[in-house]
Ligand binder design. Structure first.
Ligand SMILES: [Mn+2]
Length: 316
């Protein structure tokens, strides 16, 4: 594996003509947006480029790949991965190419290299920030479709410019996307201001079944194994429920206790600054960060697990 600078990567891309771009499994806005923008940039300077089909791409990102995809790489294609930290993170559809990846473009600081060459910039909040620099070095100009792809990439990986990874560079890229007629407001509305009925159903269930401690400063809720079926909702609707509890006004610490069908019980604890989620989880052999941590318990009923977690919470 050889590490390249941005300039060397631009020369590498200039020196090849046929590209297959691959994304990661569980594709998010960054991998899809980065792949689409790189493909469009390479095409604009006269290269043949495609993004390899990834059936897992969520509906909301699919339009970004319109007219850009093909089913598989052809012999002689230069294979480039975007936003992929390790070979086992490659999309299922491109996993067979894991030993043939020529270039890995990524922003994950901890990674398991698998490509011949790599350009990794862990100071970038999104892989899209690196792709933008490359497109510019290649002499391509940001158009509306690239702007939509890159705005999607950088806004999703920064939680709409709110996460701690957000930098001036993230905002600067967003500004370039706005200047290039990117659909800023419709994209932001779809990605950050839209909630599914399923998510609202589970949130309302939680509000009725949670335990409120210390005058509502701590909220804990047990999630039975069959809740998803009971409410008829998707896996995605069940995501980040402890974050939802933490977002309620006045809450300092929040947790969900989620049981799966095998009886395995997982804790997900969230805390606002000044409180320590990891300290609670460490009592159960788990860990994480002050703001977000996890732990698990085996061979315990859901009620007993909830009681154990409540007992482990600090007095605040
Ligand atoms: Mn990313």
């Amino acid at each position: 594996m050889t590490t390249l600078t941005k300039e060397q990567t631009s020369e590498f891309l200039s020196g090849h003509n046929h590209f297959s771009i691959i994304t990661h499994c569980g594709p998010d806005g960054d991998t899809v947006g980065s792949a689409a923008a790189l493909c469009l940039g390479l095409r604009q300077i006269g290269k043949t480029a495609h993004v390899l089909e990834n059936p897992q791409v969520p509906e909301k990102y699919r339009y970004l790949l319109e007219n850009l995809t093909k089913p598989d790489a052809q012999p002689g294609d230069t294979i480039v991965s975007v936003d992929v930290a390790a070979a086992q993170m490659l999309s299922e559809a491109s996993r067979h190419l894991e030993n043939q990846v020529d270039l890995r473009i990524d922003h994950h600081g901890s990674a398991t290299p698998f490509a011949k060459y790599e350009l990794v910039d862990s100071t970038a909040a999104a892989c899209g920030e690196i792709v933008y620099d490359l497109i510019t070095l290649l002499g391509a100009t940001l158009d509306k479709n690239m702007a939509n792809a890159l705005y999607t990439a950088v806004s999703t990986d920064t939680g709409c410019f709110r996460y701690a990874n957000t930098t001036g560079r993230s905002f600067a890229l967003a500004a370039k996307c706005a200047d290039a007629s990117g659909d800023i407001m419709p994209i932001a509305q779809e990605l950050f201001d839209t909630v599914t009925m399923g998510k609202l159903r589970v949130q309302s269930w939680i509000l009725e079944h949670m335990h409120s401690l210390c005058d509502g400063k701590i909220l804990v809720c047990g999630i039975p194994a069959d809740l998803q079926e009971q409410l008829g909702i998707t896996e995605e609707d069940m995501g980040n429920l402890s974050g939802f509890l933490r977002s309620i006004e006045g809450v300092k610490m929040a947790a969900t206790v989620k049981q799966d069908k095998e009886g395995h019980t997982g804790f997900s604890v969230r805390a606002v600054p000044g409180y320590n989620a990891a300290a609670v989880c460490e009592k159960f052999g788990g860990g994480g960060h002050k703001g977000a941590a996890g732990a698990s318990m085996e061979n315990v009923t859901l009620d007993d697990a909830v009681a154990a977690l409540i007992a482990a919470m600090p007095e605040i």
